[in-house]
Design a protein around this ligand. Sequence first.
Ligand SMILES: Cc1cc2nc3c(=O)[nH]c(=O)nc-3n(C[C@H](O)[C@H](O)[C@H](O)COP(=O)(O)O)c2cc1C
Length: 195
Amino acid sequence: MLTSEILNTFRQLLDEAAAGGDPEPTAMNLSSADAAGRVSSRIVLLKGVDERGFRFFTNYESDKGTQLQAHPQVALCFHWKTLREGVQVRVEGVARRLLPEESDAYFATRARGSQVGAWASLQSQTLPDRASFEQRVAHFEHEFEGREVPRPPHWGGYVVEADLVEFWYGAKYRLHERVRWNRHGQTWTYRLLYP
Ligand SMILES: Cc1cc2nc3c(=O)[nH]c(=O)nc-3n(C[C@H](O)[C@H](O)[C@H](O)COP(=O)(O)O)c2cc1C
C-alpha cells in the first residue's frame, strides 16, 4: 500500500505537469521481462493511482501480457520534461490483474471506437497488411451494431503494487535531488541518494 505522503507527492507532481501543458502527463514507460529475463519497454497510460498502486490497461495476450504472466515484476518511469527543472518518478513492484468487474467499469468509459479496437486488435501479433486490420474493425463494428460493446475477455487492467518509488528532481549543474522510498513489508522508509 502506498502511503498518503507518497500518493500526495505523486498526485501533486502529475497535476502540476498537466497544468503546465505536458501533452501526455500520464504516459509512463513500462518495463517487463520474459521468462528468459529479456527486458522490454513501452509506453502505456496511467489510468488511476490509489493506495493499492498504479493502474493501466492493455491486452492480456500481448507481448507484455505474456511477460507479466511469466514475471509480474515491473518497472515504471514517468518523465515530465517541462515540470520545474525536469522531474522523473521511478516505480518498481509487481503487476497484478484487476478484477474483471474493475476492468469492465473502465472499459465502459472508453470511446466506442476504442472498444471496437480492443476486439479488432490482436496486439503484438503479426499483421499481414493494414487491410486485414480494417476488415477486423469492420467485422466487429457490424457484430456490435446497435448494442453496447462488451469488454473482450483478453483485455483488462493491471495494478502495479509498488515496493520502490523514487522522486527525482532536476537541478542546476546536475546536482539533482533524489528521494528514494522503499517498502519493507507494510512500512515505507526514505533516504536521499547521490544524483
Ligand atoms: C503515448 C502512448 C500511450 C500508449 N498507451 C497504451 C496503453 O495504455 N495500453 C497499451 O496496451 N498500449 C499503449 N500504447 C502502445 C504501447 O506502447 C505498445 O505499442 C503496445 O501496448 C504493445 O506492446 P507489447 O507488444 O510490448 O505488448 C501506448 C503508446 C503510446 C506512444
